[in-house]
Ligand binder design. Structure first.
Ligand SMILES: [Zn+2]
Length: 314
């Protein structure tokens, strides 16, 4: 008995040291996320929550709000601090915090880019170490027309641009949506993602739900709406992909980019667009997502200190 306990605590120590050895922005690697794999997270253990934010976009507010023009991205820093402090207080802890793209406003290689990246990382380091931060790349992060170099730089600084991970029996797939928006300079990277995605969707993974995260949405309100350049996806591609996701049993797709709430349904598959954490003409904020055995509920209310996860509260 004593030996077993010693062995268990030794194993725990090794795991702990390994996790600490992987810096927060290096955990999305090899198309997975360190510590959130099927072997450790493949089983359903009851309802849980996660937090989704998007478009904190360090540097955008100063460009659009005259009284903030001289403050750099101080407003985004303050908004991040408020968000991180609120999430850190949550009980039970959300299982992860995902930022669905446009981490910073300055496009690759432009003025202030490196400083904005540095401050983004600095502020999110205050997130409780037991709440993994998951980053998704947006058009501002890799450019409207990504290149091999801008994608490689993003991967170097924030981790893989597309990958999958598991939490409590649910499979989550993170996509690089810019490969659908404009792959003209990165066709082979786009094709690799396509192939990888098909494998992910085809895998007989016995997950409780399958959920997708990406930056740019497929549609803003209605799957049949017309194509609006740089806002939603081109119609043929959109319908082909939505059909593919629905056939694979995807439950929901969470996006950002729109800087206001939006989304709708394709059959019974929901697309959820979450308003910006940063600049918006609406109310900025975070989405609290509650995952139940048979459904997923979400809302943009204030972050509660105590989250009720009983099925009755749905
Ligand atoms: Zn965007």
């Amino acid at each position: 008995m004593h030996e077993q306990l010693t062995l268990r605590s030794a194993k725990f120590k090794v795991q702990y040291i390994c996790v600490m050895a992987v810096p927060p922005f290096q955990r999305a690697r090899n198309r997975g996320y360190y510590g959130l794999d099927k072997a450790t997270e493949g089983e359903w253990n009851g309802p849980f929550s996660f937090i989704q934010g998007a478009d904190i976009q360090f540097g955008m507010i100063a460009k659009f709000v005259p009284e903030e023009a001289k403050r750099g991205w101080q407003k985004e820093i303050e908004l991040t601090r408020t968000a991180v402090a609120a999430v850190n207080k949550m009980k039970p802890r959300p299982r992860f915090f995902i930022v669905c793209g446009d981490l910073v406003h300055a496009f690759p290689g432009t003025k202030n880019r490196e400083e904005q990246e540095k401050d983004f990382k600095k502020e999110f380091k205050d997130l409780d170490s037991e709440i993994p931060l998951v980053c998704v790349c947006g058009n501002h992060d890799i450019g409207n027309t990504p290149t091999r170099q801008t994608v490689a730089n993003y991967v170097d600084k924030f981790g893989d641009d597309y990958f999958s991970f598991w939490v409590g029996g649910v499979k989550f797939i993170v996509l690089n949506s810019q490969f659908y928006e404009d792959p003209s300079q990165v066709m082979e990277l786009k094709e690799k993602q396509d192939q990888w995605l098909d494998e992910q969707l085809a895998e007989d993974s016995k997950c409780k739900h399958m959920v997708i995260f990406q930056h740019t949405p497929w549609f803003l309100k209605n799957p049949e709406e017309k194509h609006l350049k740089n806002l939603n996806m081109e119609n043929d591609l959109r319908l082909r992909m939505l059909e593919k996701f629905r056939n694979a049993g995807v439950r929901a797709i969470f996006c950002g980019h729109y800087h206001r709430n939006g989304g709708g349904f394709y059959g019974n598959m929901e697309e959820v667009i979450t308003c910006a954490m940063g600049y918006t003409k609406a109310q900025s904020g975070l989405r609290v997502v509650r995952v139940y055995e048979n459904t997923i509920k979400h809302g943009m209310d204030d972050i509660p200190e105590t989250l009720c996860l009983s099925e009755a509260s749905t």
